[in-house]
Design a protein around this ligand. Structure first.
Ligand code: BTN
Length: 266
């Protein structure tokens, strides 16, 4: 990162203490994972104005031009239960709440952000952002958890490859947003989520999720294990963050991992 100017910031959250801002990095997730290995006390949040090798879920490239919010935060390890799905949902909920609070403050409450299972941020039926959670284990033990958040904020246009399915806050509302403010709101929500989980576990998770779920009550198709497609009506999420579907035979299906969720009754 030589010559790619950076700034440090002291944070006053219970779980996040030091952030570093960069003009350009390869990937904020990669940088933070590297630091956790070599300099574990260095920082628990990293933000970059652009990423040259932004990474998305399932090995996808994540376009990270200027104008977006590209950040990674170290999530302190505590037992999220058996399934990573809980972590996906809780982090997704924190980001949706942060986006909606900043949108509401701009008097743009008609533009509401939804959560598409497990953790895509959806605005006006297009992808506003996504989360990439990476976990390093040593043997059977979780060593570190890095949450990467990518949100399209002030971009006036998006790359041709993603233009049809993606959106930015600027494109949706014609307003500029402070990425710094959005970052602080995300960290505040994550901080409260971590404290809340320690205290009450997943008690409020399903209700919170229902209020911002993109697909609740809708018929969907989702690609699950080995490329198999499962269809059904979404009725909620379970205690482990799994998606609950009622299929055409009225059987309840619990989906722990899946992608490419499509609405069938648009
Ligand atoms: C997705 O595919 O929906 C997840 C995208 C996650 C992108 C963010 S941007 C900041 C962090 N650094 C990365 O390389 N990826 C994540």
């Amino acid at each position: 990162m030589k010559g790619k100017g950076f700034r440090k910031l002291v944070l006053e959250f219970e779980n996040f203490h030091h952030a570093e801002f960069y003009r350009e990095v390869d990937s904020t997730n990669l940088k933070l994972l590297e630091w956790l290995k070599t300099e574990p006390e260095r920082a628990d949040v990293i933000i970059a104005a652009t990423q040259t090798k932004g990474r998305g879920r399932r090995e996808n490239i994540w376009f990270s031009p200027k104008g977006g919010l590209w950040l990674s935060a170290r999530i302190p390890y505590f037992d999220f239960g058996k399934h990573l799905s809980v972590l996906n949902i809780l982090c997704g909920l924190s980001c949706v709440k942060a986006c909606n609070s900043i949108i509401n403050e701009m008097n743009m409450s008609l533009a509401k952000t939804f959560l598409r299972w497990p953790n895509d941020l959806i605005l006006l039926d297009r992808k506003l952002g996504g989360l990439l959670i990476e976990i390093k284990t040593v043997g059977r033990f979780v060593k570190s958890i890095v949450l990467g958040v990518g949100i399209n904020v002030n971009q006036k246009t998006l790359p041709a490859q993603i233009k049809k399915q993606a959106i930015s806050l600027m494109i949706a509302t014609k307003k500029r947003f402070s990425r710094y403010d959005l970052m602080l709101r995300i960290l505040k929500e994550l901080d409260m989520m971590i404290c809340g989980f320690k205290e009450k576990g997943t008690e409020d998770m399903a209700a919170d999720w229902k209020s911002v779920s993109y697909e609740i009550g809708r018929r969907v198709e989702i690609v699950t294990g080995k490329g198999r497609k499962t269809r059904g009506k979404v009725v909620g999420i379970g205690r482990s963050g799994e998606l609950l579907l009622i299929d055409d035979n009225t059987d309840t299906k619990r989906i722990f991992q899946g992608f490419g969720l499509k609405l069938l009754d648009k």
